[in-house]
Write a protein that binds this ligand. Structure first.
Ligand code: CA
Length: 526
């Protein structure tokens, strides 16, 4: 029943498109909103206090939820950094924008239709500041300053930034530096020059989760974060795909990750702060003889607390940016969004990292404030995806894309009594061989169920998310689930057809797998 689901708009003939584009811009020109998209890296919903039961308080991110709408079922279509960013820019799934994998599909082709180019062409002043991670120079941005260090990951302290002027070294904590640069750009945009679009991209809280200076000063070695129920889960009876993954905290977390070795790229002053936080706890750890289970528990605490502290460091900086918008009267005509490129395992299944179609990794926070358009404190449980971000912002700006995007505008959901919203979400992860050894998979997520196919292993998983919201009990092949499985397979094929997913994936060089395994081993030695 294709009519049940939001469909991409039909292609309009090329001859009428320019007229439509101009007309739509003129109609909305007086009221076109500014856009500030606050985008973080690996920030799980379970670490955003606006979502409740969070492992850290995020009072500033929560301001956006209080002033606008919290989406409770927002997902990405490929839970890995670069591909998620390419989708944000294009409104398209990975196979259509060409950026499948962090490891083997770059650089991003910025000449294709993007949110930034469309907004720029329609008169927006555009900037991207912070994490980019697409191995290319940004296109469609009047101003860009992006983190440049190895693999474009950057370092938490003293990262290098790349801009059209070249590469510049910096001194300080990354979230603060990115915010300084964002505010500096906002100070000079001038409202007389048209509305603005700022993509304000944090590196935080990506691995290796280094807290900022204040959080290093505040570090409390004795405090404890509650363990997830599944920290010690035995994965033996599960699919081969799950058993093969190399993401157990117990086995794959490095000394650097848990702060047993000195943080990277620090000045002498920053090293002193690092020692003040961790040195005594490390000394005690070295003196203890822990069982394997207690060792995992110790590592989990160091991991979760470092992650939480780096979230707090970022939240503090987001507060500075929101304060700037507020004190300059900009909140009245600016859409402010908060989201992340994907979620993250924080000890669930004993794991860290992302990649899976599981709720913890494919779900993202999505908070949108737009005064006069969204009722403060609203929530939505509609199924939405990162393919929708570009169509939504273009619709708000009155700009029609030249060719249809995969996503749909979320503007109707901002109404107080939105029309019923029925939709299935498509997901596909390609990065195998790759870091952490997660098998390629595609799947469908419906209102209640999730069906996943690990096509390299020919294995399936089926989850009833109403009874099992954390993807713990695979029902595939169990008695009583034949009918729902057949229906979900049909819906999955319908999505593959709708999005024109190719039958086969791009070729990966033969040496890539061995190279990644070697790099993983080297990482463990660092
Ligand atoms: Ca990421």
């Amino acid at each position: 029943m294709p009519g049940r689901y939001p469909q991409p708009p039909k292609l309009i003939s090329a001859s009428v498109l320019p007229m439509l584009l101009i007309a739509s811009i003129r109609v909305g020109a007086a009221e076109r909103p500014n856009i500030v998209f606050i985008f973080s890296d690996d920030h799980a919903v379970s670490a955003v206090s606006a979502y409740g039961n969070s492992l850290v308080e995020t009072p500033n991110i929560d301001r956006i939820a209080a002033g606008g709408m919290r989406f409770d079922r927002a997902y990405v279509g490929n839970a890995i950094c670069g591909p998620s960013r390419a989708t944000l820019l294009t409104g398209m799934h990975s196979h259509a924008n060409g950026f499948y994998s962090n490891e083997w599909s770059g650089p991003f082709d910025g000449e294709q239709q993007t949110l930034s180019s469309l907004l720029q062409a329609s008169g927006y002043q555009t900037a991207v500041i912070g994490k980019w991670h697409l191995y290319s120079d940004p296109v469609g941005f009047d101003h860009w300053e992006v983190i440049d260090n190895a693999f474009e990951q950057g370092t938490y302290y003293n990262p290098a930034f790349r801009s059209p002027a070249g590469v510049e070294e910096s001194t300080g904590y990354v979230a603060e530096l990115v915010t300084d640069k964002a505010i500096a750009w906002l100070e000079q945009v001038g409202e007389e020059n048209g509305p603005f679009f700022l993509l304000y991209n944090h590196k935080t809280p990506h691995r290796d989760w280094l807290p900022g200076p204040q959080e290093l000063r505040d570090w409390d070695e004795e405090s404890r974060i509650e363990e997830p129920d599944t920290l010690l889960r035995d994965l033996d009876g599960l699919t081969q795909a799950r058993r093969d993954a190399r993401m157990r905290i117990a086995d794959y977390m490095t000394d650097n990750d848990v702060k047993l070795s000195m943080g990277r790229n620090l000045t002498a002053e920053q090293e002193a702060l690092w020692r003040q936080a961790f040195a005594e706890g490390n000394r005690q750890y070295e003196a203890m003889e822990l069982t394997a289970e207690d060792d995992l528990r110790w590592k989990y605490q160091r991991y979760a607390k470092s992650y939480a502290a780096s979230v707090k460091s970022m939240d503090r900086q987001i507060g500075r940016l929101l304060d700037y918008l507020q004190s300059n009267g900009l909140m009245e005509n600016t859409i402010v969004l908060y989201s992340s490129d994907q979620g993250f395992f924080l000890g669930e299944n004993g794991w860290f990292d992302k990649r899976w179609m599981d709720e913890v990794s494919s779900q993202v926070p999505l908070l949108v404030e737009w005064r006069g358009h969204i009722k403060p404190g609203a929530t939505s449980d509609a199924l939405v995806q990162n393919i929708d971000f570009a169509p939504t912002l273009l619709a708000a700006a009155g700009v029609k894309p030249a060719t249809p995007m995969h996503g749909v505008s979320l503007l109707p959901l901002f109404e107080e009594n939105p029309a019923p919203w029925h939709r299935d979400l498509y997901y596909q992860f390609y990065e195998n061989p790759g870091f952490h050894g997660v098998a390629r998979h595609y799947g469908v997520r419906t209102e209640r169920y999730k069906l996943v196919y690990y096509y390299q292993n020919d294995e399936w998983e089926l989850f009833d998310l109403e009874k099992d919201p954390a993807d713990q009990h695979n029902l595939y092949g169990k008695p009583g689930y034949d009918e729902i499985t057949t229906d979900l397979k049909r819906r999955l094929q319908a999505l593959r057809k709708q999005y024109q997913v190719p039958a086969s994936d791009p070729e990966v060089p033969w040496y890539h797998g061995p190279l990644i395994r070697l790099m993983e081993q080297l990482l463990k030695l660092m």
